[in-house]
Design a protein around this ligand. Structure first.
Ligand SMILES: [Zn+2]
Length: 87
């Protein structure tokens, strides 16, 4: 069996680290593409560009005690995630 290493397609957080497990659709069912911090009840909690979202996540991480380097490492791959990919 293939090991699943799913990450949120909006912020890049591993879904295994999400206390809720994943986001939720408008009908309350589970959405395994996004985490519960990004996607809830069928809506993105943060609406804006990827750069604004990176900025927002870095600030949140630093405020919750992570170093700036960690915050930068965490957010730097964000642009490649499905939500932000330009088709
Ligand atoms: Zn997320």
């Amino acid at each position: 069996m293939k090991k699943q290493n799913k990450v949120c397609q909006s912020c890049g957080m591993p879904l295994s680290k999400d206390p809720q497990g994943c986001g939720t659709n408008a009908d309350g069912s589970a959405n395994h593409d996004y985490c519960s911090y990004c996607y809830k009840d069928g809506k993105f909690l943060f609406d804006g560009s990827v750069l604004e979202f990176q900025e927002f996540c870095r600030k949140m991480m630093v405020e919750s005690g992570h170093s700036k380097v960690m915050a930068w490492l965490f957010t730097r791959g964000m642009k490649r995630l499905a939500r932000w990919k330009k088709s």
